[in-house]
Design a protein around this ligand. Structure first.
Ligand code: ADP
Ligand code: 5GP
Length: 198
């Protein structure tokens, strides 16, 4: 058995990351979605412990003090962080890990673990992104404007990622993500290790 790999998926809020990743998890086995901790409010339809660990700012500070995070960042007024131990446990049992995190967190993870694969997901257009954010019906107009502004800043960093996927249709985006993960497992170093281990 080889150790799993970590894949970061970043992209504007509302681009469809959760939707696409849910479909990818159904298609692909041995994939562990890292559940982040956040101080933001629960949205309708979200479940504590499934979509996020919803914690208070004080609890978040405790987690930082206990060095529980692989990375953490502030995003549009709230804190978000990746609990380290579940990521490591998943990789140790051979599962690939998906981190749905923003750009600052990506920089932190890649500074510590440069082998991490970075995938940027973009909308087919800015108009479509605004439509999706509005259509989701879970954000206030002010929050949507903050997220769109942040999206345009983050988009400038997209060329530092290893892959770029356009979420025009969920089916296409899932097919490309699936192909990227498969390709990353076809690197000579990994494949040769498997053969050497036999
Ligand atoms: P994110 O996790 O990136 O914030 P969501 O997965 O919540 O985004 O998607 C935002 C909205 O866009 C949802 O209403 C979702 O149903 C819709 N959506 C996602 N992917 C597509 C797509 N390819 N085409 C049209 N609508 C989409
Ligand atoms: P949302 O509030 O829409 O769920 O997420 C807002 C942003 O926070 C998204 O860009 C998402 O990728 C990012 N995010 C979610 N969890 C984490 C995390 O653990 N760390 C970091 N750095 N960003 C996160």
């Amino acid at each position: 058995m080889t150790r799993g790999k970590t894949f970061i998926v970043s992209g504007p809020s509302g681009v469809g990351k959760s939707t696409v990743l849910k479909a990818l998890m159904e298609k692909r086995k041995n994939l562990y979605f890292s559940i982040s901790a956040t101080t933001r409010e629960v949205r309708e339809g979200e479940v504590d412990g499934i979509h996020y660990h919803f914690i208070s700012v004080d609890e978040f500070r405790d987690w930082i003090a206990r060095d529980e995070f692989l990375e953490y960042a502030e995003y549009v007024g709230n804190f978000y962080g990746t609990p380290k131990k579940f990521v490591d446990a998943a990789m140790d049992r051979g599962d690939d890990v998906i981190l749905d995190i923003e750009v600052q967190g990506t920089l932190q993870v890649c500074a510590k673990r440069p082998e991490t694969v970075r995938i940027f997901i973009a909308p087919p257009s800015w108009e479509e992104l605004e439509r999706r954010l509005t259509g989701r019906g879970t954000n206030t107009p002010e929050d949507i404007q903050s997220r769109l502004l942040r999206a345009k800043v983050e988009f400038q960093t997209a060329d530092t990622y290893d892959y770029f996927v356009i979420n025009d249709s969920v089916e296409n985006a899932v097919r490309e993500l699936d192909a990227i993960i498969t390709a990353e497992h076809c690197k000579p170093a990994d494949r040769m290790e498997i053969i050497r281990g036999k």
